[in-house]
Design a protein around this ligand. Sequence first.
Ligand code: DC
Length: 218
Amino acid sequence: MSYQIAIDGPAGAGKSTIAKKVAKTKGFIYVDTGAMYRAMAYYLLTQGIDPENADDIEANCVNADITICYENGEQVVMLNGENVNGVIRNEEVGNMASSSSKNPKVRERLTILQKELAAKNNVVMDGRDIGTCVLPNADVKVYLTASAKVRAKRRYDELSAKGVSCDIRQIEEDIIKRDEQDMNREIAPLKQAEDAVLVDSSDMTIEEVVQAILDLCR
Ligand code: DC
């Protein structure tokens, strides 16, 4: 049996940073499920699909073959045979992903792939519905969150460090809007699983959060 660590939480809570470090320490693979939803969203954007047109999303998502592989320990998302890691980390793709991930067909396709990965490998998997839907029997479940203000500040610092000029209030508004959408959709909404441990990272360092999760692994 594989060992499964599920980390769910809202946008900007630090899930991927933390999950990568936990995976490295444990020697597990890290599965970033948000990147899969982003790859699907990227595909739909390249096809000119309207984010609110559920029928078009459903009809087109079957043409996106999404897989992941690992290069030097880093997850690479492949879309129809092409590495899309470099083009999925922007607001346009993130907003489309938040919309298209509401679609049952999109979720069904990606959930199958995620379950397969976790059946064959020891994993740290992060997303919105990992503890609730994808890996309901995970060995460790964490709901990682932080206040919208702290999350906006982290994103602002990240973008500023890259030389991107941005408005912190706009970032906070976008974060709140994305939380709304992810938490209130009909299928697999973002919520804390009953058996998940709540970790609020607002006043914690990265190392403290990593250690808190490692302490849960017995
Ligand atoms: O974690 P992220 O920002 O890269 O995720 C992008 C979007 O994908 C997010 O707004 C909601 C969706 N998502 C999802 O619905 N289920 C997951 N397991 C992961 C992400």
